[in-house]
Design a binder for this molecule. Structure first.
Ligand SMILES: Nc1nc2c(ncn2[C@@H]2O[C@H](COP(=O)(O)OP(=O)(O)OP(=O)(O)O)[C@@H](O)[C@H]2O)c(=O)[nH]1
Ligand SMILES: [Mg+2]
Length: 256
């Protein structure tokens, strides 16, 4: 559990960055990881990833940042890498309205291939290139906020990879939002683990106790399972999000 982890333990988070080609995803990652900025960046082909250690609110994290290709022709190369993500940065450029309009598509693509619950997954919406002159702006901050509200996303930030404005803050926000969602999941897990004492507990007739023998033990385990149901216990292994996360972690290792 997050709040019981030993001190000095580092949490590894997979962060995926999505958005149209040219909005500045690679520049954002390079600025954050290496503090470098290249005005003449090449388009990304497929995916690239870099690691960066970061302390957030006194806890250590290693962010494994996956920078994906925004161009449509690379779709098949990037989508297999969405599974196992902990956080998703949806990027647009503030001087490109189409890139903001594209967020809907990016979110849908991510939800489909990452196979996560839309309302429980930490998305951060990042408006890059906010160093641009006022007259170049095509995407009003408030319009983005409205879109975020409609899609249950409560994290929005504007950045500039060029001037390094808010770049670290965007990733800190991502970690905080991940943690926030984890807390909610833990609370739900605990609530579902509570035994309802007002409900009648129906004991199975053919319950085995200390009878020994292979048949007895398997019958006992079957009965124990059905008792769980009647006592309104949802064991962690049946809690959707946890189970999903375990599966995702192993499949990511396989892809790596
Ligand atoms: N003014 C300004 N320009 C930026 C900024 N970030 C990136 N750019 C410019 O946008 C270009 C494209 O940036 P990239 O990071 O390569 O874009 P991308 O989203 O990774 O594009 P794909 O790899 O094709 O998906 C860069 O070469 C820069 O010239 C920024 O914060 N401000
Ligand atoms: Mg790129």
């Amino acid at each position: 559990m997050t709040n019981m982890r030993p001190p000095n333990k580092t949490t590894l988070l997979k962060v995926v960055i999505l958005g149209d080609g040219g909005v500045g995803k690679s520049c954002l990652m390079n600025r954050f990881v290496s503090n470098r900025y290249d005005e003449n960046n090449f388009h990304t082909i497929g995916v690239e990833f870099m690691n960066k250690d970061i302390d957030v609110d006194g806890e250590k994290y290693t962010l494994q940042i996956w920078d994906t290709a925004g161009q449509e022709r690379f779709r098949a190369l990037r989508t297999p890498f969405y599974r196992g993500s902990d956080v998703c940065l949806l990027c647009y450029a503030i001087d490109d309205y189409d890139s903001f309009r594209g967020l809907k598509q990016w979110r849908q693509e991510f939800l489909h291939y990452a196979d996560v619950n839309a309302d429980k997954f930490p998305f951060i919406v990042v408006g890059n290139k906010n160093d641009m002159a006022h007259h170049c702006r095509q995407v009003p901050y408030d319009e983005v906020k409205q879109w975020c509200d409609q899609n249950n996303i409560n994290c929005q930030i504007e950045t500039s990879s060029k001037t390094a404005t808010n770049v670290t803050d965007a990733f800190v926000l991502a970690v905080r939002q991940w943690k926030h969602m984890e807390r909610i999941a833990e609370i739900e897990l605990k609530q579902n683990d509570t035994i309802d004492l007002t409900k009648t507990i129906k004991l199975a007739h053919n319950r085995f106790c200390c009878t020994g023998g292979g048949g007895g033990s398997s019958a006992a385990s079957t009965n124990a399972d059905s008792e769980d149901e009647s006592m309104n216990i949802v064991s962690p292994k049946r809690f959707g999000r946890r189970q999903q996360q375990q599966q995702k972690a192993s499949s990511t290792q396989f892809q790596l």
